[in-house]
Write a protein that binds this ligand. Structure first.
Ligand code: AMP
Length: 182
């Protein structure tokens, strides 16, 4: 199992920020169309708003969660610094989803591209349409396993680390390593 063999975290994922930019972690997923191309399109879009390198996890193939009658996802996470405020970031990510052909039909249904803000600095954001940290990230293997590559020691809500939570997904085979593309 290669999930935890390499800790690839670029330094900017854990180092404090001093230039006024914000460290963000975004999850990427696709289960419709040319999935890897969709992820590549998304990473290219993230590079445009980043003021740092964009650190990417490997890509994993995962089983759908919630609405099960759909194809398998490719998932990964990316970490970078940006000058965008959190709502500007959400709006940008939604534009990228739309440009990639995303149609909002069934909740948790198939999608060409899904981009979620997992973390924004150490901030807690709670609007009707935006919660950060993403409230369900701690229950989702498709988030935790790739995130464990970049931020294994991150702890939220005083609980276990990302690494500890991610470990419980390894035996389930719900999250399978595909490869490192970026
Ligand atoms: P999804 O179907 O996962 O793409 O959910 C999209 C909806 O979740 C949007 O209407 C967003 O306003 C809302 N949302 C709430 N919190 C977040 C977040 N942290 N990142 C992205 N979307 C979010």
């Amino acid at each position: 199992m290669r999930l935890f063999m390499h800790k690839t975290s670029p330094n900017f994922c854990t180092q404090p920020i001093s230039d006024g930019s914000h460290r963000v972690v975004v999850s990427l997923g696709s289960n419709l169309g040319r999935r890897i191309i969709n992820l590549h399109t998304a990473v290219t879009a993230l590079v445009k708003i980043a003021v740092s390198d964009v650190g990417c996890s490997a890509v994993y193939e995962t089983n759908p969660v919630g609405y099960l009658d759909q194809g398998k996802f490719l998932n990964m996470v990316a970490c970078f610094h940006t000058q965008l405020q959190v709502r500007e970031l959400l709006s940008y990510l939604q534009q990228v989803e739309t440009a990639c052909g995303r149609r909002r039909t069934i909740r948790n249904g198939p999608r060409t591209l899904d981009l979620d803000i997992l973390l924004y600095d150490q901030e807690y954001v709670c609007y009707r349409d935006l919660q950060v940290p993403h409230p369900r990230m701690w229950q989702r293997g498709f988030v935790l396993v790739p995130l464990a590559e970049l931020l294994p020691d991150t702890r939220l809500l005083g609980g276990e680390t990302v690494y500890q939570l991610a470990k419980s997904w390894v035996a389930t085979e719900e999250v399978r390593y595909v490869g490192r593309f970026w």
